[in-house]
Design a protein around this ligand. Sequence first.
Ligand code: MN
Length: 209
Amino acid sequence: MTIIYKFKGDISSDALKELEKHSNISLDTEGSGLQIPHRDRLSLIQLSSGNNDAYIIQPSQQYQCPNIVKILENEKITKIGHYLRYDVLNLQYFLKCQVKNIWDSKICSKLVRTYSQNHGLKDLVQEFCGKKLDKRLGSSDWNKNLNELTDAQLQYCSNDVIYLHKIKDALHKMLVRENRLELYENCIQFLKTRIKLDQSGFTEDIFQH
Ligand code: MN
C-alpha cells in the first residue's frame, strides 16, 4: 500500500526535512490541460522519496510553495520524472523557480529501449516493475478541492511517482551498457533550452529540414 500525504498550498516543514534526506525524488504534475501556461494551469504536484510514499500537493491560486521550491532548486537532489518537458515548464512558470538536477525516464527510454516503439510511463512500469497502470483517470478534474478527490484519483496520481526510482535504476544500467550515457546527458542539458523554446512558442523541431 502506498502511503499518501496530502497538502494544501505547500508541503510542511517536517515533510521538507524528510524529503531532503533523499538524493532522488520523483515528481509529476497534473494540470487542467496540456496548454501550459496560456490556457491551462498547474493543479497538483506529486513527489515521492521512492519508499512507496506519495506527497500530493494542491497549490493555492497564488502558487506560493517555498518548501517545494527548496527541493526543486536543490542541486544535490535528483528530480526524476517522465517527460519533464511538460512538468518542468509547468513548475518553473507557476512556482517562479528553476528546477535543477533532473533525470528524465522518457528521454532515457528512447535512447536505450530501441527495441520498442512504446515509451509511455505505463510501458516502463510494465517492463521494469511488472505492474499494469490504469491510466483511465488521467483526464480528471484536478482543480476540484483536494478533499473531494476520490481514493482512486489519489492512487492514480501517486502511481505516476512511486515507480520512477526503480525505472531510473534499470534504465541507467542500460544507458551504461549501451554506451549512451554521454549522449543522454547532452540531451538532458538541451532540455532546458527545449523548454525555453516551448515557452517562446517554438513548439516544432527546430532541427528539422
Ligand atoms: Mn501524472
